[in-house]
Design a binder for this molecule. Structure first.
Ligand code: PLP
Length: 362
């Protein structure tokens, strides 16, 4: 038998989640498929969404070219723009839409051949302080873009630092800054919201939505905040119990003997560890789906294995199906037990065997 650990990707659920995003937003929706579609397979996800999405958003020209080579003809926005002036020609020839966040990118745009004109998005820094023009530079950037004569359309965008907070007012200050900058501009379309703002802050929707995480079936809010939409998890990370033993009270499990039994304990081994993307930081008690039940993780996560407490699941045995995350164990729950976020776990999940449902036709 082969190692049973694998990742199932359910594209029908991706499409379902996309329709929820579209319905909640009401305007145009770009599906964010950067970082290999948050670990779900960018080409498969883009092909599944291509008939519905108003476009895609990625982090680099390389990611965009992967989609173009797979035959994706939709609009593609480069969320971080170009990283090198020479990339602007690829942007133009492949019909990509760069985010412009610095003056050198406007110079690169200007150097496009005579007659060329492409659409771009102008990024404004409203408080995230990562990328974008500060409010006092925004109009200068706009003037430079207009003067360069290579623009066929412009959208104003910003990105929020706190969109996943449920607190009303969490976006008041960045929105105030955005609207203030906007007043100096002619009327332009806007793009404001990621998943958190789309789900929790309707006043921050703008014309073009940019949801990522929610398309994969995860609400970015704290797991303790009730889910705000009927999202369905797209990824199921699964395995099987591969060994079972019973240890006496006082005996320990795994590296560093982190977990010590206080009762006779049935220890189950699952062949999935941090090399597979299961977080090494997961604490004792992290829920693991075993058969119809939930078993707590016990002991340190190893490279290729974890150990779980099967004492209260007497039916669990060799070959019993295990779900690391997916339908019964939310990836956000595992993430919070490991001191991280669902985004990181999804991006890191990796197994040789990734099964796409329905299978891709070539
Ligand atoms: C990644 C990203 C998104 C998507 O964010 P989610 O929280 O996954 O919805 C949207 N906009 C920008 C600029 C991003 O970098």
């Amino acid at each position: 038998m082969t190692r049973p650990t694998c990742i199932h990707i359910h594209l029908d659920r991706l499409v379902h989640n996309f329709h929820i995003a579209r319905q909640l937003h009401g305007g145009r929706v770009l599906a964010v498929v950067k970082a290999n579609a948050y670990g779900h397979g960018d080409v498969a996800c883009a092909q599944a969404l291509a008939p519905f999405a108003d476009g895609f958003a990625v982090a680099s020209v390389q990611e965009a070219l992967r989609l173009r080579e797979a035959g994706i003809g939709n609009r593609i926005v480069l969320l971080e723009g170009i990283f090198d002036a020479a990339e602007m020609e690829v942007v133009a020839s492949q019909g990509l839409i760069p985010v412009i966040h610095d003056f050198w990118q406007i110079d690169a745009l200007q150097r496009l051949p005579e007659g060329a004109a492409i659409p771009a998005w102008l990024k404004l820094d409203t408080g995230m302080h990562r990328l974008g023009f500060m409010p006092e530079m925004a109009l200068r950037a706009y003037d430079a873009l207009e003067r360069c004569g290579k623009l066929s359309g412009l959208t104003l965008m910003t990105h929020f630092a706190n969109a996943d907070l449920a607190t009303t007012g969490a976006l008041d200050e960045p929105l105030r800054r955005f609207h203030q900058i906007q007043q100096g501009f002619p009327p332009l379309e806007t793009s404001l919201c990621n998943s958190g703002a789309l789900l929790g802050h309707p006043q921050a929707h703008g014309d073009w939505a940019r949801p990522g995480l929610m398309l994969y079936g995860v609400d970015p809010a704290e797991p303790s905040i009730p889910a705000r939409a009927a999202l369905q998890p797209v990824m199921r990370f699964v395995s099987e119990i591969s060994a079972v033993r019973t240890i006496a009270p006082g005996e320990a499990v795994g590296y560093g003997s982190r977990f010590r039994a206080t009762r006779p304990t049935r220890v189950g081994v699952v062949p999935c560890g941090y090399a597979d993307g299961y977080p090494r930081g997961a604490s004792d008690g992290t829920p693991v789906g075993v058969g119809d039940g939930i078993a707590p993780l016990i002991g340190c996560v190893s490279m290729d294995m974890i150990t779980v407490d099967l004492t209260d699941l007497p039916a669990a045995q060799l070959g019993t199906p295990v779900e690391l995350w997916g339908e019964r164990v939310a990836v956000s729950t595992v993430a919070s037990r490991a001191g991280t976020v669902a985004y990181e776990l999804l991006c890191q999940a990796r197994r040789a065997q990734i099964l796409i449902h329905p299978p891709l036709h070539s």
